[in-house]
Ligand binder design. Structure first.
Ligand code: FHN
Length: 594
């Protein structure tokens, strides 16, 4: 193997690998207030295409007759495939179906503004022509060409920023790379040597041979101290000062923040950041993974992420022949059609100023609120609680520019939607105004209306007294297909309290449902929910234990029916006695009795 040892080194000390990916640990640049001078395009872009493509795409989730589920790009690790056998996959990797123009055009049609593709994933195989190793697409496969050259050009020609994913620490092919313990003895590894001999020279290749890059997207850091990581970044930055480095370079460094896989913050997050989702369950292609998100789900996900102030980097997994799955092509194009008509409500926006409503979420531009109507009220009257007295100048449907009538009473705006509102994943209403709407706080009352099938009081909108806390629980169903659910946990004493402030817009009877997960040891405990001062008693029902590698099960436990007047109301929930954690409460659902 040809090796180029780089002079710009990182010092000899080797720290333990750091693989944690929670957002708080990984990125603290916002705290010191410095922003990369080139961050503007990223903040405005909002929607990007992630592509996981490697030898695992050819393996397609099945090895020696056994099907694997979850993250297909992890099959080498899951099946403990020896390096010598894995190398053989390259010998028949011939993605003749790859067409750079088609991929770039799909990203453009989908309305995506940047693309990030795996130059090298954890498997260690380089998907570009690397002079650092012969284990690359040019030298080790019958394909014998560099797909990244035409792709980077085709993408840039369409005004889309191009970037590379690079797994800087995990490299299961290299004796000194991180995390292959089935071929190599982890304790004998010299990560510094690996960085010097492979990772750094390869990143230099990527930064010098593919024109201006938008992003270098690092992943699963390890083997370097913070000082070493800083040196690593500084030396690489000189090659392309304009290129953004993702936060997964480690140690709270990087130019913007990547959340955990499939993580969306429950409330707005300031600064530049990105949510990452894959179109189905796996990042790399798996032939038997057909769990694709529908166009409706994609459009709503994009609106939700934008309403929190971030970007959505959405992954597709092309197969070993270089073809993007048919469902991804169709559903991304549908998403693009919606964006063509409604893009103003996404691109260049910042987080919404109106907290989540039963009808949906909001995004902002100067003097405008975009109201993303994901669920239309049955009376077609859109209630918008504003926190400040402002002057409304115009209200209209974004897609057709059809003006909408409205009434403003104090800080309450009611917009009349057309009776014939077409079914759509997200009908956007634009509200133009003069004055300032304050950024919202989570303690504002949650709207409850009888014109929706359900109203949801999400955990994040609660205020807590005593032992309780609001936590994001992370678990996967198969393997690496992470889910994150925000719950109220640790409420256990009779003096602990969960409180929701509500604004009930219509009087009537409402059914109150507790949505929770309950450990076997927490079951059969008595709790009391006060609707204003009226107590409603319940006893907890067992759902199962919380495990990182199993579904977290929730029950919709009907607590009872209450009669409400219009106006402000409060729900308070307490354990009846001191005991164990009552439950992990995800939300309180309020259903009008119709
Ligand atoms: O281990 C990888 C995984 O394979 C995939 O690349 C994701 C995408 O964000 N990143 C890592 C796990 O977080």
């Amino acid at each position: 193997m040809k090796r180029f040892i780089l002079a710009a080194t990182i010092s000899a000390a080797v720290s333990a690998p750091v693989l944690a990916q929670t957002m708080d640990e990984m990125w603290d640049n916002r705290a010191n207030g410095k922003e990369h001078p080139n961050i503007k395009w990223f903040k405005e872009a909002k929607f990007g295409m992630f592509i996981h493509w490697g030898l695992y795409s050819k393996i397609a989730g099945e090895w020696k007759g056994k099907k694997y589920y979850g993250s297909g790009e992890w099959i080498m690790s899951q099946a403990k495939i020896p390096v010598k056998e894995y190398e053989q996959v390259a010998a028949s990797f011939n993605p003749t179906g790859f067409n750079a123009e088609e991929w770039a055009q799909l990203a453009a049609d989908a309305g995506m503004k940047y693309m990030v593709i795996t130059a090298k994933h954890h498997e260690g195989f380089s998907m570009y022509d690397s002079k650092v190793t012969p284990f690359d697409i040019k030298d080790a496969t019958p394909y014998g060409k560099d797909p990244m050259k035409p792709l980077s050009e085709a993408v840039r020609r369409r005004g889309i920023r191009f970037g590379f994913y690079y797994s800087q620490f995990q490299d299961w092919y290299e004796p000194n790379g991180g995390k292959n313990s089935w071929d190599y003895d982890e304790s004998k590894k010299n990560y510094q040597l690996y960085y010097q001999q492979k990772a750094i020279p390869q990143i230099r290749e990527l930064l010098t041979q593919y024109g201006p890059l938008g992003i270098l997207w690092f992943d699963t850091p390890g083997g370097m101290t913070k000082e070493q990581t800083t040196l690593f970044i500084d030396s690489l930055r000189q090659l392309q000062p304009g290129c953004l480095f993702s936060s997964r370079v480690g140690h709270g460094l990087g130019d913007y923040k990547d959340l955990g896989d499939s993580e969306i913050p429950p409330a707005p997050v300031p600064g530049a950041w990105e949510s990452l989702y894959t179109h189905n369950d796996s990042w790399g292609y798996i032939q038997h993974d057909l769990n694709f998100k529908t166009p409706e789900a994609l459009i709503r996900l994009l609106a939700q992420v934008a309403s929190r102030g971030g970007n959505l980097l959405l992954n597709v997994g092309p197969d070993g022949n270089g073809r993007i799955p048919e469902y991804s092509i169709r559903y991304l194009k549908e998403t693009g059609k919606w964006l063509k008509e409604n893009g103003a409500s996404i691109y260049g926006t910042t987080n919404g100023r109106i907290p989540d409503q039963p009808w949906g979420v909001s995004t902002s531009a100067p003097g405008k609120q975009f109201l993303h109507v994901l669920h239309a009220p049955d009376d077609r009257k859109l209630f918008v609680p504003l926190q400040s007295g402002i002057g409304i100048t115009r209200v209209y449907l974004l897609k057709t520019r059809q003006p909408l009538s409205y009434t403003l009473k104090g800080k309450d705006l009611t917009i009349q939607l057309p009776a014939s509102l077409p079914p759509c994943a997200d009908n956007v209403v634009v509200m133009e105004y003069k004055g300032e709407i304050q950024n919202y706080t989570l303690s504002l009352p949650v709207t409850v209306s009888s014109h929706f099938d359900q109203n949801q009081l999400e955990a994040v909108r609660a205020s807590l007294k005593g032992n309780g806390s609001i936590k994001s629980l992370t678990y996967s169903h198969y393997y690496g297909d992470w889910k994150h659910t925000t719950c109220i946990t640790d409420v256990k004493d009779s003096t602990d309290e969960i409180r929701f402030n509500m604004r009930i817009t219509d009087p009537g009877d409402y059914r109150i449902i507790l949505e929770y997960s309950c450990e076997p040891s927490s079951a059969k405990q008595e709790g009391v929910l006060y609707f204003n001062d009226q107590p409603v008693y319940f006893r907890t029902l067992k759902t199962g234990s919380f495990e990182k590698t199993a579904p977290l099960l929730f029950i919709n436990h009907i607590a009872g029916i209450v009669t409400a007047k219009a106006g402000d109301a409060v729900i308070r929930i307490r354990p009846a006695f001191n005991g164990k954690e009552l439950f992990k409460l995800r939300s309180v659902i309020i259903e009008p009795v119709k």
